[in-house]
Design a protein around this ligand. Structure first.
Ligand SMILES: Cc1cc2nc3c(=O)[nH]c(=O)nc-3n(C[C@H](O)[C@H](O)[C@H](O)COP(=O)(O)OP(=O)(O)OC[C@H]3O[C@@H](n4cnc5c(N)ncnc54)[C@H](O)[C@@H]3O)c2cc1C
Length: 284
């Protein structure tokens, strides 16, 4: 079996995260001694619900027993079908696919995980891994309104004394009021200029947010990683819908995680995506 083999698995657990968002847990280990590929934070799976198109979903968690989770936001036909699944229902899962967040010399760094909305899904997995490694990190979760906050119970339990989580809402209904990029910029004031190069930011969320964070990190020479989203049909480099100009990088194979050096060269970043026919359209 390879990462591109579809496995039919049963939904074993469902967690209501917030309005329109649920986490589905399923087991990917078919037998104890099989050649099982362990996923890393940032990787995604293609998920198929019978009768509906297969769509990409980041992994929001994984344990040593082979229980993987995805956290799905109900936005259209496929995600609605996933959102309405029950425990015991079957889904098809292909993965883990794509690259992952690179963790290099993290014990020497000030680590920030910055997620907007459903973009928190892969960062929850990353936070879980850092916590297991006893690595200090700060999470900033930004959403529009209080009802959109996800993983609050999880973070309350999982965060250790060496880590912290900040919530922000656009309307100020919970946590800090404002947009996440402005809030992060303000948080940088507590650092001496020379210490900023010791920061690393891992981010996922709306591309406008990622673009603003990228600009801030460029300005302060902060190491930056962003998980990009593009429409993809195959998840394995065949359909070409997730191509990024001008280098022809594929979000499914070369990404979804890109660092600043790559983002600098991707002219589509923050500006264009492709629709289901492959036409380039402005990002909204
Ligand atoms: C690498 C990656 C990881 C993702 N992780 C998550 C996640 O953890 N949780 C989550 O809820 N969503 C995630 N998404 C987005 C998710 O794939 C789309 O919301 C979903 O495909 C929408 O399908 P739909 O039929 O429900 O909605 P549609 O009505 O078909 O579309 C709704 C919107 O979703 C976008 N979309 C549609 N199909 C795709 C597709 N095949 N690939 C990407 N975007 C699409 C469209 O631009 C459209 O605006 C991820 C996307 C990518 C590329």
């Amino acid at each position: 079996m390879t990462e591109n083999t579809i496995r039919t698995v049963k939904v074993q657990k469902i967690i209501d995260e917030c309005k329109d968002v649920k986490t589905l847990v399923f087991n990917m280990k078919i037998s104890m001694n099989e050649n099982y590929i362990i996923p890393k934070p940032g990787q995604f799976v293609m998920v198929w619900v019978p009768g509906i198109d297969e769509v990409p979903m980041s992994l929001s968690g994984c344990d040593t027993d082979g229980n993987w989770s995805i956290t799905v936001k109900n936005v259209g036909e496929s995600t609605n079908a996933m959102y309405n699944l029950n425990i015991g229902d079957y889904i098809g899962v292909r993965g883990p696919l794509g690259n992952h967040f690179k963790l290099i010399n993290l014990s020497l760094k000030e680590i920030y995980l910055i997620g907007g909305g459903i973009g928190m899904a892969p960062l929850k997995f990353l936070s879980n891994q850092l916590t297991k490694m006893n690595i200090k990190h700060t999470i900033i979760e930004g959403v529009k309104i209080e009802n959109d906050i996800m993983f609050k119970d999880y973070f309350q339990e999982a965060i250790t004394s060496i880590s912290e989580v900040h919530y922000c809402t656009d309307d100020g209904s919970y946590g800090i009021k404002g947009v996440i990029s402005d809030i992060f910029k303000e948080m940088l004031n507590k650092f001496n200029k020379n210490d900023l190069s010791n920061l690393v930011v891992y981010s996922c969320g709306p591309e406008i947010m990622l673009y603003k964070l990228f600009q801030i990190c460029q300005e302060h020479k902060i190491e930056f990683y962003a998980s990009l989203e593009r429409i993809m049909r195959c998840g394995c480099g065949l359909c070409g819908l997730c191509t990024l100009d001008p280098l022809g990088l594929l979000v499914c194979k070369d990404g979804p995680i890109f660092n600043s050096d790559m983002l600098k060269k991707i002219e589509d970043f923050g500006k264009f995506k492709r629709d289901f026919t492959g036409y380039k359209i402005p990002l909204m």
